[in-house]
Design a protein around this ligand. Structure first.
Ligand code: UT7
Length: 316
């Protein structure tokens, strides 16, 4: 029998969103929409838009909070990964700039990952893989997005959905902590696209209903695969933390899994869809609110452009 590899312990978390709040009513002065439509169809009430802050600034705030809360010596870090599809530059990566800003050690890999809204969970998985091959026990994993910069403010189908923000976690390789994941991808360049071709403004295009169908189909599959791999019953999960794209998607997942909606954390009303930042912002808020107790089982799921999906069962 294969020996069980160490899992992941989330030692500390942090999150940040720019100060400027854009309400649904604010958007109704820009495009033909209403607070009622947005709330009813998505659950979103507000989102935060950067005013001059870069992706890096958001990442620094969230990461600094997580590192301070962790109390670790930064020289014990063995990786710095930022999940994002909206970096400030193609190169250098947000992660390398974050490393410089926080004075993190040089002897570790620092890089960005783009798996869109599944990015944080891809990054968590990758960080664990790096730590398993390293002499270090800790990693800094961040999801940071500045999506307001790539929104078409004339397209009511997308501009009402997204927001800016960052979430971070300091993770530790932990013997005896269960970690089970399921990651996947399906090449698709029609459902959600943000082009970077010459002369084309970088704006997000989305076929909302096709992504909606993809999400309500994929998330329960992801959850069931993980439960099966882990040998855990769905009732044993204390919290489900899904990507915060749409309240109706989460409600549909809860119904399909026959799980009480109270187990599904939701904060899209405050931030909108922050892509790779959405799961770590939720984890950080929940942690700050004292919702997690040692030993609790938390099942996180992300889905988005790529198309990609990722789930992870984490033992708190
Ligand atoms: O993070 C990546 C993952 N992304 C997602 O998970 C997004 C998934 N998709 C969704 O959340 C939903 O599809 C949306 C919220 C984007 C759209 O909701 P929907 O219920 O699928 O609406 P729809 O696209 O089918 O549009 C229904 C109607 C259309 O009007 P007609 O053709 O019926 O007259 C739209 O033009 O609603 C209209 N509409 C709007 N009306 C007012 C679309 N956007 C708006 C709007 N305000 N902002």
């Amino acid at each position: 029998m294969q020996p069980t590899l160490p899992g992941i312990h989330i030692v500390a978390t942090g999150h940040y969103a720019p100060e400027k709040v854009i309400t649904n009513d604010d958007l109704s002065h820009i495009v033909d929409t209403s607070d009622e439509w947005i709330k009813k169809r998505t659950g979103i009430e507000r989102r935060h838009f950067s005013e001059g802050e870069k992706n890096l600034d958001l990442a620094v705030h969230a990461a600094r909070q997580a590192i301070e809360q962790s109390g670790i010596d930064i020289n014990e870090l063995g990786a710095c990964i930022v999940a994002t599809f909206s970096p400030d530059y193609f190169v250098p990566s947000v992660a390398c700039l974050l490393q410089r800003e926080l004075g993190l050690p040089e002897e570790m890999p620092s890089f960005d990952m783009n798996a869109a809204c599944s990015g944080f969970l891809y990054a968590l998985h990758t960080a664990r893989g790096i730590l398993l091959q390293s002499e270090k026990r800790y990693a800094l994993v961040v999801g940071s997005e500045i999506i307001s910069k790539v929104l078409d403010m004339e397209d009511r189908g997308t501009c009402i959905l997204f927001g800016d923000g960052a979430g971070a976690a300091v993770i530790e390789l932990a013997e005896g902590k269960q970690y089970v994941s399921y990651l996947g991808a399906r090449g698709d360049d029609t459902s959600i696209v943000c082009p970077n071709a010459d002369g084309v403004r970088h704006i997000v295009h989305m076929d909302g209903s096709s992504v909606f169908r993809f999400a309500v189909g994929t998330v329960p599959v992801c959850v069931n695969k993980i439960l099966e791999k882990a040998g855990v019953d769905k009732d044993e999960i204390d919290y489900y933390v899904c990507h915060q794209a749409n309240k109706r998607i989460i409600e549909s997942v809860a119904a399909k899994l026959e799980q009480p909606i109270e187990k599904f954390y939701m904060n899209m009303q405050e931030y909108g869809n922050t892509s790779a930042a959405s799961v770590p912002i939720a984890l950080s808020e929940m942690n700050q609110a004292g919702l997690f107790k040692p030993g609790m089982k938390v099942l996180c799921v992300g889905f988005g452009a790529g198309l990609t999906w990722a789930g992870a069962l984490i033992e708190w």
